[in-house]
Ligand binder design. Sequence first.
Ligand SMILES: *[C@@H]1O[C@H](CO)[C@@H](O)[C@H](O)[C@H]1NC(C)=O
Ligand SMILES: *[C@@H]1O[C@H](CO)[C@@H](O)[C@H](O)[C@H]1NC(C)=O
Length: 258
Amino acid sequence: MAPSHRPPSPALASVLLALLLSGAAGAAEIVGGREAQPHSRPYMASLQMRRDLGSHFCGGTLVHPSFVLTAAHCLQDIPPRLVNVVLGAHNVRAREPSQQHFSVAQVFQNSYDAENKLNDVLLIQLNRPANLSASVATVQLPQQDQPVPHGTQCLAMGWGRVGTLDPPAQVLQELNVTVVTFLCRPHNVCTFVPRRSAGICFGDSGGPLICDGVIQGVDSFVIRECATRQFPDFFARVALYVDWIRSILRRVGAEGRP
Ligand SMILES: *[C@@H]1O[C@H](CO)[C@@H](O)[C@H](O)[C@H]1NC(C)=O
Ligand SMILES: *[C@@H]1O[C@H](CO)[C@@H](O)[C@H](O)[C@H]1NC(C)=O
């Protein structure tokens, strides 16, 4: 999220504040993760400000050649026409030959409740279909209402970065996480990393939680600050929105737009 924009929720505001106060280098990226093998997560999208190459502010996931799933709070304060969607990236600060850049044709929300952070999902239709390749591919969606049991091993990932603070996470980071149910809610999937300080952080919002090769979550929020070792990380539960996603793909297809 660019620093000039109002942070979208109290929880995220407190994350930003914690980072401002600490100024800790590295605190803005996925905490405690590792660099992903380049282009091994070809569904991963970076949302950037149009006029500022590399100004990553949120993640997203390619669910169809023309559609990226992200978090609703990512675009709450940013007009879609100012947003650039980048696919095929490993280093978001560089112009890599694998990258494909798009503008936003339209966005679709599903009863997003900002105050309670419910239904924090947004579907972005790209201005044209992506060319699928070794570095750009769609992710597999779960079954509608498919459960994600406690203890499931998953992968969180992102370029999480905060405005101009800190050395940016230039290359995609990933982190093994475990699904937990403590403090969680039915609209969320929650994850935790036991025994060390690790988790999603500001700027990872909108990115995917991948479990057994399927997207089960969209990064939504953390409590108090990143990697507390105390609270789980919260993701929107994608399995609740699969019928909705498919209905939009059908609707847009029916209207003759790719
Ligand atoms: C896809 O490939 C075609 C042909 O090479 C090219 O004209 C088009 O711009 C590409 N689209 C994107 C999104 O890069
Ligand atoms: C992370 O998870 C993958 C499977 O998704 C596993 O192969 C790997 O060993 C795990 N890495 C660590 C450090 O636990």
